[in-house]
Write a protein of this length. Structure first.
Length: 196
């Protein structure tokens, strides 16, 4: 069985929960900094809230692209665990911008998954290392061009919803942090006690 099944399940679950959340009232699920302490589930559920059909479609496409990337790169359980940890960290980091009164969407988490994938590929040899480095450079450039420390919401041509660039920065940061926390631990756990 392919080690990438965990990564594929993660991407498919994110997409499925995004589709299911469309049937629920967004006011009970979206990120609201004033409710973070008394309704902590929003650190997870906010990722599945989408403001418009185009918003949902864009994030579902992101799930598909990252799922395909992970399958081709054989990203496994370690990378999936890092992705799961990055999910709530992405929204919790939004507390640094309390003026963002409402947030919903997978884009921050998808940036986190991209960071996890890039870092994982950079640890490999040959062409995969170069692909990972290219991904990391592209991700950094994209985030920098979005000016995430500027206005919390930004109108973007072609989108019928405002984008929150700071969430993309938070997601990438959360992905890097989660990767850094999980990889050494998982490497120790998966090492054979016989030294092989």
């Amino acid at each position: 069985m392919s080690p990438a099944r965990h990564w594929l399940r993660l991407c498919a679950t994110l997409a499925a929960l995004s589709l299911l959340a469309g049937a629920l009232p967004t006011a009970r699920l979206d990120w609201q900094p004033g409710l973070a302490a008394i309704q902590p589930w929003r650190a997870v559920t906010a990722a599945f809230v989408h403001w418009t059909p185009l918003h949902l479609a864009a994030n579902l496409a992101g799930c598909a692209v990252l799922g395909l990337l992970g399958w081709r790169a054989q990203l496994g359980a370690r990378e999936s665990l890092a992705g799961l940890i990055a999910l709530p960290l992405t929204q919790l980091a939004l507390l640094l911008r309390p003026e963002l009164l409402h947030y919903g969407g997978l884009s921050g988490v998808l940036h986190g998954l991209a960071a996890v994938a890039a870092l994982s590929l950079m640890r490999r040899r040959g062409r995969e290392r170069w692909v990972g480095a290219g991904m990391a450079l592209g991700l950094a450039a994209k985030i920098a061009l979005e000016a995430p420390l500027g206005p919390v919401l930004k109108a973007t041509p072609g989108f019928d919803f405002p984008v929150a660039p700071f969430a993309h920065l938070c997601g990438a940061w959360a992905g890097m942090l989660a990767w850094g926390l999980t990889m050494p631990v998982m490497n120790r756990l998966m090492r054979s006690p016989h030294g092989t």
